[in-house]
Design a binder for this molecule. Structure first.
Ligand SMILES: Nc1ncnc2c1ncn2[C@@H]1O[C@H](COP(=O)(O)OP(=O)(O)OP(=O)(O)O)[C@@H](O)[C@H]1O
Ligand SMILES: Cc1cn([C@H]2C[C@H](O)[C@@H](COP(=O)(O)O)O2)c(=O)[nH]c1=O
Length: 357
């Protein structure tokens, strides 16, 4: 079948009078990353058919569910291409989503830890997969994540080398120290979300909590298979892992001060049973003033969540307190306020003390 034509908007097709009606209308606007559009046009040049007309959400041209369903093979082909696998097989057609499943998606009520956070945090691989499957109709990138997730082996066993995770609020120095530790130990450095899915992060960051968290949770399971493989060859250093997913979820889903967090020993602070465990988790903390200085010095663009983190000191406190309440493995707190060299020395000592190195 010839490849579809893709238009960013109807005006791109030139003179409206001369163009034929689109054969398929798709709901493209929210899922195609802007940086992908030029590549898309190059890959699917003008003149090929059928025409796919990108429509706006809620506009007069908003496709009916039937149009949307018709467009899936094309969308998946495109997403597959954007994922760097244009020559690979297209994604399998999603199974039809029934009304009840849609309602469940909106409620976000798939399995997770008990209690009010159940909706927000899918804490087992099947729950993560289910939640992604539930939104694949609307977000084809969820299908891409699922595809990668499904290729990961079910049982992920750590190799003989130690796995050390670094956690902490933004700008506490994780990137800086993980790079130094990697160099010093000849380690492999991995991060969450893993590189193979991080291009879709901006899409999921705009989604409601259950979907956003399912993306990060899926990232952890994909990361686990990378850790399993790498730890057979060398020590593995990981910049954020499950504790980040859990702590940010808990803090987002609660309000006010830390007294409103789920109590100590609540199931939300537990490590998922089916997720590969690290040997050591180091939680970097700095004073709010020092963190603000480092953020300022770095001057990067911020996500909505990062902006909230900056503006809302209670939010920051809830995140750090949630990190502290995590168990098995618990976080070992490291004061990361001293100089980069001193923090590096402290961290290296802790790794040598706790891990067989
Ligand atoms: N010990 C330190 N003393 C002073 N500045 C530091 C120290 N460690 C890191 N920095 C600086 O603080 C800024 C943030 O550090 P870094 O990017 O390593 O943090 P991060 O925890 O990885 O942030 P994020 O989670 O947002 O990626 C950088 O400009 C870095 O050079
Ligand atoms: C891994 C991970 C990240 N996040 C969110 C939390 C922060 O807002 C940013 C930090 O990411 P950075 O790459 O370290 O700057 O991402 C999250 O909510 N859940 C996660 O699992």
């Amino acid at each position: 079948m010839p490849f579809p034509r893709v238009y960013r908007r109807s005006s791109e097709r030139g003179d409206r009078k001369q163009i034929k009606k689109p054969s398929v209308s798709i709901f493209f606007s929210l899922s195609l990353p802007p940086q992908a559009r030029p590549a898309c046009k190059e890959r699917f040049p003008a003149g090929s058919a059928p025409v796919i007309h990108r429509t706006r959400r809620g506009g007069a041209e908003n496709p009916s569910p039937r149009d949307t369903a018709l467009s899936f093979p094309h969308r998946h082909e495109l997403v597959s291409f954007l994922a760097g696998s244009a020559t690979a097989r297209p994604f399998p057609r999603p199974t039809p989503v029934r009304q009840r499943q849609r309602a469940a998606m909106l409620r976000g009520c798939t399995a997770g830890p008990p209690g009010p956070l159940r909706r927000a945090l899918p804490a087992a691989a099947p729950a993560v997969r289910l939640r992604l499957r539930e939104c694949v109709v609307r977000i084809p990138e969820a299908g891409a994540v699922l595809d990668i997730l499904e290729k990961c082996p079910e049982s992920q066993r750590k190799g003989e080398f130690p796995v050390v995770v670094f956690e902490g609020l933004d700008a506490t120095g994780k990137t800086t120290v993980t790079q130094s530790v990697k160099d010093a130990l000849g380690a492999v450095l991995l991060r969450s979300p893993p590189a193979c899915i991080s291009q879709w992060r901006t899409i999921f960051d705009e989604e409601p909590t259950p979907i956003r968290r399912a993306f990060y949770a899926a990232g952890n399971y994909i990361l686990a298979s990378e850790i399993a493989k790498a730890s057979t060859q060398a020590p593995v250093i990981v910049d954020r892992y499950w504790h980040s997913t859990a702590a940010y979820t808990i803090a987002t889903e609660t309000d006010g001060n830390i007294q409103n967090l789920p109590p100590d020993h609540d199931a939300v602070y537990k490590w998922p049973e089916d997720l590969l465990k690290p040997d050591l988790v180091l939680l970097l903390t700095v004073s709010p003033e020092e963190r603000a200085r480092r953020l300022e010095g770095r001057g990067l663009e911020r996500t909505k969540e990062e902006a909230e983190l900056e503006a809302n000191s209670l939010f920051r406190q809830r995140i750090e307190e949630s990190y502290r309440r995590m168990v098995n493995p618990a976080c070992q707190e490291v004061d990361a306020s001293p100089s980069k060299e001193e923090v590096f020395k402290t961290v290296l000592q802790l790794i040598k003390k706790h891990c067989a190195l």
